[in-house]
Write a protein that binds this ligand. Structure first.
Ligand SMILES: [Zn+2]
Length: 90
């Protein structure tokens, strides 16, 4: 069974990750936890994604589409917006 794990602070949340709709919910949830906790770790399909709030000075942009967004995702050494991260992992 495919499960995603969102870790934040002292807690974690497990969510089913079977359909495209599940994946959409996972990323929405991860984003809202990142807003509340500053940084969360998302484990999905054996990949680790760090989701955090970017500095508001515009210094971080998506490596793929160059968009600057409030919430940025780090996959390895790549910084991505949430949409590109989802396309890359899912
Ligand atoms: Zn992007």
């Amino acid at each position: 069974m495919s499960v995603a794990r969102i870790s934040f602070g002292h807690g974690a949340l497990l969510m089913p990750a079977r359909t495209a709709y599940d994946q959409e919910l996972i990323f929405q949830e991860a984003e809202s936890y990142a807003r509340r906790h500053g940084r969360v770790k998302l484990e999905l399909r054996r990949k680790e994604l760090l989701i955090g709030l970017s500095p508001s000075d515009g210094s971080s942009a998506c490596d793929r589409c160059s968009q600057h967004l409030r919430t940025m995702v780090t996959v390895g050494t790549t910084h991505l917006c949430v949409r590109c991260a989802r396309e890359r992992v899912c």
